[in-house]
Design a protein around this ligand. Structure first.
Ligand code: SF4
Length: 261
């Protein structure tokens, strides 16, 4: 049996991994699947974390890469079915999309299979996400959820990482992390991108522009608003905020909790 901690760089899976090592649980690999669409700050954090883990516990992060990045996938055509030949565009914002499947699930499962052993996979869902527990559809993989067993939620996770000087500063702006342009992120997350990372916001707008130009199947990250629509609203919101006027977005935003991390 091989024991694998699956990390996204987010605080939950990181805290889970560090605590498992601290408690002396078996961990043979710490695996990160790179989508090519992580924040630059996330890549820096992962480098720092990798060094810290190596120095403290003698085990570093195994970085896995799919043959294509998120952007490559979005701008490649479907290869079969009735949409064959049409550029895909953005991943679906509901249900598992090609990004999770091709950039994370398939890549990690291929790695596990190459180990030629059964695998116990540690997954970092927090206690309040206990309803997300699921078994793997591969018979050689057993999923276990240590944070749920320990009844840890985000507050415990965050203070634990702070105590280890492993706080990830992306959490100054976000409550959850994932790909920079994840279509499953909430309006609050898009607003954080708009306010704090203007170059990346412009890049995301370019993706939508190119998807329209190439007549992609899905042309926008969200089904309700384009990023250009959002930019108008966000600009208005920011002006009010700068003047410290309370402004109610009235967008009936969903509480998206899944960015597949
Ligand atoms: S974080 Fe979002 S965009 Fe990235 S792989 Fe997961 S669902 Fe897809």
């Amino acid at each position: 049996m091989k024991y694998i901690a699956s990390i996204s760089g987010g605080q939950d899976s990181t805290a889970m991994t560090v605590r498992l090592l601290e408690l002396g649980h078996p961990v043979d690999y710490i695996v990160f699947c790179d989508t090519g669409n992580e924040f630059p700050q996330m890549y820096d954090y992962l480098k720092r974390l990798d060094k810290w883990l190596l120095k403290t516990y003698g085990i570093g992060i195994t970085f896995l890469h799919a043959p294509k990045t998120l952007k490559d996938l979005c701008f490649s055509p479907f290869t079969k079915g009735k949409l064959k030949g049409q550029v895909r565009g953005m991943p679906y914002s509901s249900s598992m999309s090609f990004c999770t499947r091709d950039l994370k699930k398939n890549v990690s499962e291929r790695f596990y299979k190459g180990l030629k052993d059964d695998v116990t996979q540690y997954i970092g869902y927090v206690y309040r996400e206990k309803n997300r527990k699921h078994q793997s559809d591969k018979e050689y993989i057993i999923n276990i959820f240590p944070l749920i067993d320990w009844q840890w939620n985000e507050d415990t996770v965050q203070s634990y990482l702070k105590s280890k000087t492993l706080y990830n500063h992306l959490y100054d702006h976000y409550t959850r992390t994932g790909c920079m342009f994840c279509p499953k992120q909430s309006l609050d997350s898009w607003y954080a991108l708009f306010c704090n990372f203007p170059d990346l916001w412009n890049e995301a707008k370019r993706w939508e522009h190119d998807a329209i130009k190439q007549n992609a199947h899905i042309k926008h990250f969200r089904s309700d608003y384009s990023l250009l629509d959002l930019e108008l609203r966000f600009t208005q919101q920011k002006k009010k905020q700068d003047k410290q006027v309370t402004f109610d977005l009235k967008w009936n935003d969903e509480q998206v909790s899944c960015m597949c991390g």
